[in-house]
Design a protein around this ligand. Structure first.
Ligand SMILES: [Zn+2]
Length: 501
């Protein structure tokens, strides 16, 4: 179903006709080979996204814990994954079980009278096209919202609600509804198609590309997967084209350069640099950070991180970046990503970690931020929302170049919850695909969370990557629902050899 993404009555008709055709001809046939995802019913019931888990507070990261993981690794390397798992389970408490969502259903005739009533009421009102706000609410949105809430397995309900929000120009709601459906039913290509359509409507090419790629990775044998891979490449090219034209035409960067530096020539410097693209711009930011920081030159440590980082980056799908991995001599436990795959670790972070799986977990998360262009987009967004001057007020007064100031701007701001989640989703998939225990990042967050009461240092990473109970629970659900392996390779010995305690 390919909906026309314009606010006109054509679109209304298309939606209605598509569904009527689909339902009456009963031709909604979906692959039975796709996994049925599992999501907690709380997600469906009361809009509260996640239940709270206390597990992360109860894991004891003692020497016994790592001795067990070390023992498990010996079996893992021999190919005895079952024994490795049993040993890890002795020290890793089970996550609370995530419940299954209802089975997906695309056929309205299989639902009861109440569901049909919701559907028909909304469809009739959409056909009639009421203009009074009250009628739109009571006759269209209320029945559709009830339908989605009470019959969450009914896929066309989610899609129609999202499209109806779009019809009434409610971008955020449209995307929220389809995103939620796609989290609950990640294997449904009808949900994916609709999500991609909406993302493209709102000019979110990079997100559309990632959605298509994510599906292709998760379901490599599905018949539409080659098409999704091609689409992912196409949307990505569109994203790059749009980004370039935005930078060239908007004058955004001229203004941020001026805010940052107060003079025209620096403004020009920043604009020109950003026009060179994410990779080169990232290089310039990285160079300025390196010039201001005490860098660690231990080649064994740098090579170790680089080997793992490059391996993970290859699984992410942005080959045009020159990935680099740096260590800053700083005792606060922090790690961050600059545009174009330039990743930095503080020594304090490396001291906090005890296994390769933990390192890989943080690496994958940071690389994902770069791959998703979070830092790069932040520059433009900050200028657009006119917060650049506020953000920069904390760094002015220091005699550093324009590039350095924007570099600091990138570091001083934390990412939104949505962006953190995107980086978690992509990072965890790659962590699992690389064969590491999929709870590597989770365990680092849990350690920081346990430490945060005792040490100011722990707040450092947490301020940019919050480890709320909600997020911990979300990571637990993600690992379970996607079927990731929590008992993979830990690499305790390998890590200790490079970073001795
Ligand atoms: Zn993050």
């Amino acid at each position: 179903m390919n909906f026309i993404k314009q606010l006109n009555t054509n679109k209304l008709l298309v939606i209605i006709v598509s569904f009527i055709l689909a339902i009456t001809s009963n031709n909604l046939v979906y692959s039975k080979t796709l996994d049925t995802p599992k999501i907690s019913p709380q997600l469906i019931k009361n809009n509260a996204i996640f239940t709270i888990s206390q597990i992360s507070d109860n894991i004891k990261f003692s020497s016994n814990y790592y001795d067990k993981l070390l023992e498990a690794d010996r079996f893992y390397k021999q190919g005895d994954l079952q024994t490795a798992k049993q040993i890890q389970k002795q020290v890793k408490p089970d996550f609370p079980v995530a419940d299954s969502p209802p089975a997906a259903e695309a056929d309205l005739s299989k639902l009861d009278a109440k569901a049909k009533q919701y559907w028909t009421t909304a469809i009739e009102a959409i056909e009639e096209d009421p203009t009074a706000e009250e009628a739109i609410t009571s006759r269209i949105f209320e029945p559709l919202k009830s339908l989605v809430k009470e019959y969450p397995g009914f896929i066309p309900g989610h899609i129609l609600l999202a499209d109806t929000y779009d019809l009434y120009s409610e971008e955020d709601n449209a995307l929220r509804v389809i995103e939620k459906a796609s989290e609950m039913y990640p294997g449904r290509d009808d949900v994916l198609d609709n999500k991609i359509d909406l993302l493209l409507t709102y000019g979110k090419y990079l997100e559309a590309s990632i959605a298509a790629r994510e599906f292709a990775y998760s379901y490599p044998n599905y018949h539409k997967t080659p098409a999704y891979e091609q689409a992912a490449d196409k949307y990505f090219q569109q994203y790059q084209k749009k980004l370039k034209s935005k930078i060239t035409t908007s004058g955004i960067l001229g203004s941020i350069g001026q805010v940052a530096t107060g003079n025209e020539s620096s403004a020009l410097e920043i604009s020109q640099m950003l026009l060179t693209g994410e990779n080169t711009a990232g290089q310039a930011f990285a160079a300025s950070i390196k010039a201001q920081s005490k860098m660690v030159s231990n080649s064994r440590q740098l090579e170790y991180i680089n080997d793992i980082g490059q391996r993970l980056a290859k699984l992410m799908g942005r080959d045009e970046f020159t990935y680099e991995f740096n260590i800053i001599d700083d005792p606060s436990p922090n790690a961050f990503a600059l545009p174009g795959g330039k990743i930095f670790f503080h020594t304090g972070m490396l001291q906090l970690m005890d296994s390769e799986a933990e390192l890989a977990g943080v690496l994958a998360h940071e690389i994902a931020h770069s791959v998703l262009s979070h830092s790069y987009k932040r520059i433009g967004e900050s200028a657009l929302t006119n917060t650049a001057s506020n953000l920069l007020s904390s760094v002015v007064g220091r005699e550093v170049g324009a590039v350095a100031k924007v570099g600091e701007l990138l570091l001083s701001q934390k990412f939104s919850r949505g962006k953190e989640k995107q980086a978690d989703v992509l990072g965890l998939r790659v962590l699992d695909a690389a064969g590491y225990s999929a709870d590597g990042l989770y365990n680092v967050m849990a350690k920081l969370k346990q430490l945060s009461g005792k040490s100011n240092f722990a707040e450092s990473l947490l301020s940019s990557h919050p480890a709320s109970s909600e997020r911990m629970r979300y990571l637990e659900e993600l690992i379970q629902n996607k079927g990731y392996n929590r008992y993979g390779y830990e690499g305790v010995e390998a890590y200790r050899a490079v970073f001795p305690r």
